[in-house]
Design a protein. Structure first.
Length: 233
């Protein structure tokens, strides 16, 4: 937060996404703590890459999910952290520091700042609050899916990044269809959404792993998830 709405050194990576001094500083800080406290674990971070992915426990982190929001002063950027055990998400953390919110998921316990949260009970896509993410990338790669998504849901919003998924876990949003994500973008969401009672998979309905293609559905209920799969499949 010491960097937010301040002077930022901005670089452009090979995939044309921006990275700031804050992204690098946050990841370096977390990696230093992990090296100190969990030296035998693997780590996969957005800025410094992956090591030890074959180990029983792997930490996956995105220091600033939503760098474009961060560098433009928009407060919905997040910090993402997951723990994988034998390749499966065990713990998920979504921190939204500018909003003073920390969402956590472990087993069947999901919380916002320590208070229990759960997904909505919405089962019908026609009545749902639906968020569609990365629309420009979706239009370029799966235009037919985007066209169908824009014609469904009671309320639709176009957005980016992790915050909508966290709001889904807290019951405010019913479904999020996401696109073009990396493992450090989606794996921290898994344990949180599942702990809150929701469903999160790829567009084929398969569990998310390090090898998933980055197309993601989060839904409050299995019925809502099934309706979305009819579109994405």
């Amino acid at each position: 937060m010491g960097y937010f709405r301040g002077t930022l050194g901005i670089e452009v990576k090979a995939d044309l996404s921006p990275v700031t001094v804050a992204d690098k500083a946050v990841e370096a800080f977390v990696r230093a703590r992990l090296a100190q406290d969990f030296p035998n674990d693997g780590v996969f971070g957005e800025e410094e890459g992956a090591s030890g992915l074959d180990r029983d426990r792997v930490w996956v982190l995105d220091p600033i999910d939503g760098t474009r929001s961060f560098l433009s002063g928009y407060p919905t950027f997040g910090f993402l952290l997951a723990i994988l055990e034998q390749g499966k998400p065990k713990i998920g953390v979504v921190g939204i520091p500018a909003m003073n919110e920390v969402y956590t998921g472990l087993g069947q316990a999901a919380a916002l700042n320590g208070a229990p949260i759960q997904v909505s009970t919405q089962t019908a896509l026609s009545d749902a609050i639906l968020y569609i993410h990365e629309a420009e990338h979706m239009r370029a790669g799966d235009e037919a899916v985007l066209e169908k998504l824009t014609q469904t849901g009671a309320t639709r919003r176009f957005a980016y990044d992790c915050y909508a998924h966290a709001l889904l876990a807290a019951g405010h949003i019913d479904a999020v269809v996401d696109y073009n994500l990396q493992p450090y973008d989606y794996l921290p969401l898994c344990a949180l959404i599942e702990a809150a009672g929701g469903v999160i998979t790829d567009w084929q309905g398969l569990p998310l792993t390090l090898q998933s293609d980055g197309r993601v559905i989060s839904a409050a209920t299995p019925a809502l998830h099934a309706e979305l799969l009819e579109i994405t499949r």
